[in-house]
Design a protein around this ligand. Structure first.
Ligand code: FE2
Length: 428
């Protein structure tokens, strides 16, 4: 007898009435029409035509600052730079216990939302490496249910902050998996480019991936992504380097971008846009018209690049809202990037599921026979409806084990002459 069978599910690729059979934490059969008569199991779930999706994945987050909103004060200007200054004020007051507690609370939210893998940057510009130690402990504790990948992030600049490069190497020695950077925050453009060269070289020497906060700026001349792509090619790091934010691309001259995007494609650069944060922080120095600041997502997708949407922040010095809901992130990305066609909306769904899984290197994830049995059942019939409704996660499974369940959303109405409830779904 099987451990688990989910039947009559719809899949993101459009297949209907699909059964997914699970044994020992893996998908052993997946096909249309597979039901309990043919595949008896200890746990049988009737999906009733709802969408079974791969888990949500967040390729860009900051678990060390999460849920610290208001500590020690709120960001009055709402800018990126005040947020960085505010985080600098908070850092000396941090304790490992408080960091761990806040990060674990967010991981609970994540699991409840079907978000089962997070790449978190961790600030290493602190000689104590307090946040590194704390998030290593969080990673150990959540490992049975949540995949946590850590990036050594020099928040105050790898070259600008004294000791940052040494601390970054110490963090890698402790087991942090990815090399981070922030070239646009170095003192000069030349220093920014030098930081990209040094950090990519370090990653190549250690056989690690790279994920840099890159050109998170409205300055069209912030072109560190060009150096990042060139260094990726020089060092043979294709497919292992991510440029996060890339907001300056929004403001760049389009002729220059017509040369840049093919270079990025040649380097197989991966891109993470962070719609909630980019639409909030960018354009703050503009009058009207006010720039959106999101990177050129449709053009990057058209060039064949892997593009994910990240949450980036939740209730911290940079962003007051957020609740680990990657459908909210994709919903915002859809609007800001004007990805409104049917195929484009499906790409927005992929930007918080399969695309970030590729960036994290989760090769064993996905709805296919032989893969890890991790998935989310949504109260929606297809990816577009899931986005529209920010659908309830009816069930969340990791390696065949149910980790979370939510009641379906049903609103009871008291309207004269109308049926008594709605689920906000189209009739028929
Ligand atoms: Fe970030």
């Amino acid at each position: 007898m099987l451990d688990l069978l989910i039947h009559d599910a719809s899949l993101p690729d459009g297949r209907r009435h699909v059964g997914v059979a699970v044994q020992d934490g893996r998908i052993v059969a997946l096909r249309e029409g597979l039901g309990p008569a043919e595949a008896p199991a200890q746990e049988v779930v009737d999906a009733a035509g709802q969408l079974l999706s791969p888990p949500f994945v967040d390729a860009h987050f900051h678990l060390d600052s999460v849920l610290s909103y208001g500590l020690p004060r709120v960001n009055a200007s709402g800018t990126l730079l005040e947020g960085i200054a505010l985080w600098g004020e908070l850092k000396p007051q941090l304790s490992a216990e408080a960091l761990i507690e806040r990060a674990l609370a967010y991981c609970d939210w994540a699991v409840g939302r079907g978000l089962l893998a997070i790449r978190s940057h961790v600030d290493i510009c602190d000689d104590r490496l307090l946040a590194v130690q704390a998030l290593r402990e969080v990673k150990r504790r959540v490992a049975p249910w949540l995949e946590l990948q850590l990036v050594a992030f020099p928040q105050d600049g790898a070259l600008r902050s004294p000791g940052a490069l040494r601390n970054l190497e110490r963090a890698l020695d402790l087991g942090v998996e990815v090399v981070g950077g922030i070239p646009h925050f170095e003192r000069t453009m030349a220093d920014g480019a030098e930081s990209v060269r040094r950090l990519c070289t370090l990653a190549a020497e250690r056989g690690l991936r790279v994920d840099m906060h890159c050109d998170e700026s409205d300055d069209p001349l912030s072109r560190h992504v060009e150096t990042l792509a060139a260094e990726t090619l020089r060092l043979g790091l294709q497919g292992r380097v991510t440029g996060s934010h890339l907001t300056s691309m929004h403001s760049m001259d389009s002729y220059y971008v017509s040369k840049l995007i093919p270079l990025m494609a040649e380097a197989q650069l991966q891109v993470v846009a962070n719609p909630l944060i980019n639409i909030t922080l960018q354009g703050r120095h503009d009058g009207y018209p006010k720039r959106r600041g999101l990177t050129r997502v449709p053009e990057l997708l058209a060039a064949g690049l892997t593009v994910a949407f990240g949450h980036d922040c939740a209730m911290d010095p940079w962003y007051a809202l957020g609740s680990a809901d990657m459908l909210e992130v994709a919903h915002m990305g859809l609007h800001v990037a004007q990805l409104t066609g049917q195929a484009a909306m499906r790409q927005c769904f992929e930007a918080v599921t399969t695309q970030p899984a590729r960036i994290l290197g989760l090769d064993d994830w996905g709805l296919a026979e032989g893969r890890e049995a991790s998935f989310v059942l949504l109260q929606a019939r297809d990816p577009v409806e899931a986005l529209r409704l920010r659908a309830v996660r009816l069930g969340v499974w990791r390696r065949g084990r149910c980790l979370a369940r939510s009641e379906p959303q049903v609103t009871r109405l008291a309207l004269p002459g109308r049926p008594g409830e709605t689920r906000f779904q189209r009739p028929g």
